[in-house]
Design a binder for this molecule. Structure first.
Ligand code: SF4
Length: 296
């Protein structure tokens, strides 16, 4: 086996469902990098890597005989790179790695709306198969407070552009993001948002304070009070209650979850709400994933 052909500037993140994908770091960092809860790319200055370098890496992977079926384009919002550059990268993947069936990427509302449905459809023709979009909340006050840089309406427009382009859309939201104070408002608005956005997949992750971030510091100082484990599950219940018409897979089984649930809605909605009601009534710690076993 030859030398590892890909150059990475760590840390590197990818969605859990892209565990088997070849990760190609087409951009470094996040072009926004201002969300108060996010520490993923704090130590990186955003830049788009030279195409020639990436093409060399893709060709080297092919020479080694690797035949990935999936490729994930990192970092934070690689979709924010220029459209022509993304098209060239997708074309290079198609030429050198013809076995690739799906290319995935993180994208936020700015990047999605800059491309628009037409721009995304062009990338789809070149192999883009799925966009992972961290919506975080459907509540404007929460989005403002965490400096997401977009309103719920803009984020909804972005979801619709991805759907119109025929690209799969995976939306992530964050339980706990409005603290105890805004908990119910955030949960219900987010449930309504998901029902309106109708993504291919939706996932509710549980916010966990990250050292070195603004929101992490507020939690430490006590100026932001995070719901406890029961409060997080209550939020999940409020969210599910607010999305009776949602159709599709809904995951609350991320490593950060206190009670992993993998649902197909609306089929599993009533059962999940009953389970959550029971767990919330019993408040028995043994029913939850212990703190030490939670991944972040
Ligand atoms: S949450 Fe997403 S958009 Fe916000 S700073 Fe982190 S990577 Fe960038």
């Amino acid at each position: 086996m030859g030398a590892w052909p890909l150059r990475y500037q760590e840390p590197l993140f990818r969605p859990p469902s892209e565990a088997d994908a070849l990760i190609l770091q087409v951009t470094v960092g996040c072009s926004w990098n201002r969300c108060t809860f996010c520490g993923m790319y704090r130590n990186k200055s955003y830049r788009v890597r030279p195409f020639a370098e990436l093409e060399g890496e893709i060709a080297a992977v092919a020479r080694l005989g690797w035949a990935p079926q999936r490729v994930f384009l990192a970092d934070g919002d690689a979709l924010a790179a220029p459209a022509e550059f993304l098209a060239e990268v997708l074309e290079a993947i198609r030429v050198h790695l013809p076995g690739v069936q799906r290319v995935g990427v993180y994208g936020d509302s700015r990047a999605i709306l800059r491309l628009g449905a037409a721009g995304l459809a062009r990338l789809k023709d070149l192999g883009l198969g799925i966009v992972y979009f961290g919506v975080e909340s459907g509540d404007d006050a929460t989005l403002r407070a965490v400096r997401k840089g977009a309103t719920a309406a803009r984020q909804l427009e972005a979801c619709r552009a991805v759907a119109e382009a025929g690209v799969k859309l995976s939306v992530m939201v964050l339980l706990g993001l409005a603290g105890v104070e805004g908990s119910r408002r955030h949960a219900e608005a987010t449930g309504r948002f998901l029902a309106a956005a109708s993504p291919t997949y939706a996932a509710a992750l549980t916010y966990t304070p990250v050292p070195g971030t603004e929101l992490g510091a507020q939690v430490r100082k006590g100026t932001f009070v995070l719901p406890d484990r029961w409060g997080m599950l209550q939020e999940l219940a409020w969210m599910l209650q607010a999305m009776p018409d949602y159709r599709g897979p809904f995951f609350a089984n991320h490593a950060s979850s206190y009670l992993p649930l993998k649902l197909r809605l609306p089929r599993d909605r009533e059962g999940a709400l009953e389970l959550l009601a029971e767990v919330l009534a019993r408040r028995d710690e043994r029913l939850l994933v212990p703190e030490w076993a939670r991944g972040l």
